[in-house]
Design a protein around this ligand. Structure first.
Ligand code: HEC
Ligand code: HEC
Ligand code: HEC
Ligand code: HEC
Ligand code: HEC
Length: 216
């Protein structure tokens, strides 16, 4: 009787079995990676916005300080998103005919705020406060990345608990002078480590890892 399966078909069957096992293992690993990837955490994702506002242009090139727009960042838990009136301080005169800016002009005319999509959004059971971080000498770019090079904003940190804890366990190496927290071009001094211990003392920086720090 003629052989139904050739020798090579046998080899194929064996290799597809191996491939199948690998696939199962791979899917498991894939899920694990997915749970920690940007797909779940929204890290790196650019959201649709009413206007393609560029931090690259406004901060990196024009040099506007964060606090001009995010006025609450030093005094409250939230940094805040600027009202249209802040944009119109300049755009009443600048780029007045640009179609790109029509939603901004319409918002100002009709007194209807622009509906910006939230890029960062911690779950409600987590407590975060901007003002304490800024007061203790933790810079915007340390948490948000070089926003001055972001034509469109995206979430730079993972915002996962481990990210917060990694710094809270040993915050000293993330410190800089308080008055430099919004400076996107700050150059660390050569004796950085020594100075960081001085700033830690000056601002009385503590390591805070108890659950109630962030879950109240
Ligand atoms: C001219 C005004 C302006 C300046 C200056 C500015 N921003 Fe913004 N920022 C905005 C606007 C408008 C948004 C909302 C649109 C967006 O997400 O791109 C925003 C969004 C953000 C977000 C994301 C907010 C969210 O939805 O989670 C971060 C983080 C941020 N800015 C950080 C900074 C930092 C850090 C600086 C200074 C280095 C800065 N911004 C300077 C206007 C400004
Ligand atoms: C220690 C890390 C950290 C530092 C430092 C920090 N941020 Fe944030 N920022 C966050 C987190 C976390 C969120 C998300 C908060 C939430 O979803 O409740 C956020 C949200 C924001 C938002 C969205 C609106 C809001 O208020 O939640 C803006 C705008 C922003 N940050 C700007 C800034 C600016 C400007 C600075 C520097 C002056 C700064 N941040 C410093 C971690 C940080
Ligand atoms: C301090 C002045 C100033 C403020 C405040 C300001 N802008 Fe601008 N904006 C400019 C200038 C200058 C340009 C032109 C940039 C260029 O082409 O060199 C510009 C350009 C733009 C553009 C065209 C695309 C680009 O980025 O070049 C958009 C869109 C824009 N701005 C949106 C906004 C929005 C939205 C706000 C408020 C959250 C705002 N601007 C606040 C000065 C400002
Ligand atoms: C890069 C460093 C860094 C990161 C990242 C960071 N923090 Fe902090 N955080 C600090 C420092 C420094 C303090 C001040 C501690 C002190 O001396 O009281 C602080 C203080 C706080 C406080 C106030 C504690 C109190 O007792 O008043 C809260 C709440 C907080 N952080 C929440 C968070 C959460 C939530 C995250 C993550 C989403 C986070 N932090 C990420 C450095 C960081
Ligand atoms: C410095 C801030 C911080 C501290 C301290 C902290 N957490 Fe969290 N925790 C977070 C953040 C941010 C999240 C949400 C992001 C995430 O799910 O990873 C979170 C999420 C959680 C969750 C939800 C499940 C999960 O993993 O998503 C649990 C449960 C939790 N924390 C328990 C604890 C316990 C127990 C402690 C004390 C041993 C603690 N946390 C200390 C910031 C903190």
């Amino acid at each position: 009787m003629a052989q139904v399966f050739t020798k090579s078909a046998n080899a194929f069957a064996r290799s597809s079995l191996v491939a199948g096992l690998l696939l199962v293992a791979g899917a498991g690993a894939g899920l694990w990676v997915l749970a920690r990837s940007g797909y779940v955490t929204r890290q790196g994702l650019v959201l649709e916005q009413p206007v393609p506002f560029s931090h690259d242009h406004h901060v990196g090139q024009i040099g506007i300080d964060c606090r001009y727009c995010h006025t609450a960042v030093e005094t409250s838990a939230t940094a805040g998103i600027p009202p249209t009136a802040t944009c119109m301080n300049c755009h009443k005169q600048l780029w007045t005919n640009a179609a790109l800016l029509e939603p901004v002009r319409a918002s100002f005319r009709d007194n209807l705020p622009l509906a910006w999509s939230k890029v960062h959004d911690l779950p409600d059971f987590v407590y975060f406060d901007h003002s304490i971080h800024v007061a203790k000498g933790v810079a915007c770019v340390t948490c948000h990345g070089q926003v001055d090079r972001m034509p469109l904003m995206y979430q730079f940190p993972s915002l996962q608990m481990e990210w917060c804890l990694a710094c809270h366990r040993d915050p000293v190496k993330n410190l800089r002078p308080r008055e430099e927290v919004t400076n996107v071009a700050w150059q660390p001094p050569v004796d950085l480590e020594k100075r960081q211990h001085e700033w830690a003392q000056l601002y009385a920086v503590k390591s805070k890892t108890s659950c109630s720090t962030c879950h109240r």
